[in-house]
Design a protein around this ligand. Structure first.
Ligand code: MEV
Length: 318
């Protein structure tokens, strides 16, 4: 039996804007998804027979790393809520790619294949943020060109309905006092489809006021890279609050997200929605993690206290 697991992710800065030439800064989180594989007579997924040709996520990964003629019994166990903006499908894509392959694979190859699968499933609009963060762990910056001050990992190109995209993927080392802070995730319980949210945003990109809010998200994401290296928790929290206001202007917040933000803010340096929005989660940089989690629960959310997961995708049993 081969078992691989990978972390989910939360975007600190630059969601949506990363599809329009902005950088995105994401962290891997302590919630992980695990994927196990054993040889089998027929294709089985979580105890039920399935046709790999009809599974949009697994089809490209089995084509690349497996063999349709050699069926596998696949099992998924995940602590990452689904459709919550926490990269559950990306974590499963990278973990499944590593588990399905019977030969050793580089992290880069796994991340590329998982991004390809995500992009196919998201109608061609998917940055490599989620898949690269799940693959690498730690703090990841995805940008339209190489950032010399960061460790460059790989480059990825994609044709989307809006044209050609190019991203350079980097790892960002942040100081201990920031890396050690607690983050509290608040899940609204409202599922959100990334595919639908990126389609809605794409349809609004014709308006000038909309584009200018997106430009502001972009410059905030740009300046957040230095802020994470040299800023204080308060400065980072303020930038998260600003980012959230802009995402609200872009129209990807919701009543449930706003109510969890209001609950978290008194116990946090800053808080924002994370991921595609519309539902899903908020992310708070907590001053008092247990009080913040309690307030989120009292406001009707599900709270996870997390920190940055340094370990990316890994093979646990071979
Ligand atoms: C992904 O978690 C969030 C978006 O930025 C889409 C993407 O990067 O592919 C909205």
């Amino acid at each position: 039996m081969r078992v691989a697991d990978a972390p989910g992710k939360a975007i600190l800065f630059g969601e949506h804007a990363v599809l329009y030439g902005a950088p995105a800064v994401a962290i891997a989180i302590d919630l992980r998804a695990s994927f196990s594989v054993t040889n089998s007579e027929t294709w089985i997924l979580n105890g039920e027979e399935f046709n790999p040709m009809e599974n949009p996520y697994l089809l490209p990964l089995i084509s690349k790393f497996g063999d349709f003629e050699s069926p596998l019994c696949l099992n998924i166990e995940s602590k990452i809520p689904i459709a919550a903006g926490l990269g559950s499908s990306a974590a499963l894509s990278v973990a499944s790619a590593l588990a399905i392959s019977s030969k050793p694979q580089s992290i880069e190859k796994i991340a590329r294949a998982a991004h390809h699968a995500e992009a196919l499933a998201q109608g061609g609009r998917a940055s490599p943020t989620d898949t690269s963060t799940s693959a690498l762990g730690g703090v990841v910056v995805v940008a339209p060109s190489v950032i010399d001050s960061l460790e460059h990992r790989w480059a990825i190109d994609l044709e989307s309905p809006e044209g050609s995209n190019h991203w350079d993927v980097h790892s960002l080392q942040i100081p201990e006092n920031i890396a050690g802070l607690s983050l509290v995730i608040g899940y609204t319980g409202v599922p959100s489809s990334t595919k639908e949210m990126v389609e809605i945003v794409a349809s609004r990109m014709t308006s000038d006021s909309f584009k200018s809010s997106m430009d502001e998200v972009s410059s905030l994401a740009q300046s957040s890279i230095n802020l994470l290296k040299t800023g204080t928790p308060s400065m980072i929290g303020d930038a998260m609050n600003q980012c959230h206001s802009l995402l609200r202007e872009i129209g990807v917040s919701s009543l449930e997200l706003e109510s969890l933000i209001d609950a978290a803010l008194p116990f946090s340096y800053g808080a924002k929605l994370t991921g595609a929005g519309g539902g899903g989660c908020i992310l708070a940089l907590a001053k008092n993690p247990s009080a913040c989690a309690k307030a989120i629960k009292e406001a009707g959310g599900v709270a996870f206290v997390t920190s940055i997961a340094q370990q990316g995708v890994q093979l646990k049993t071979n």
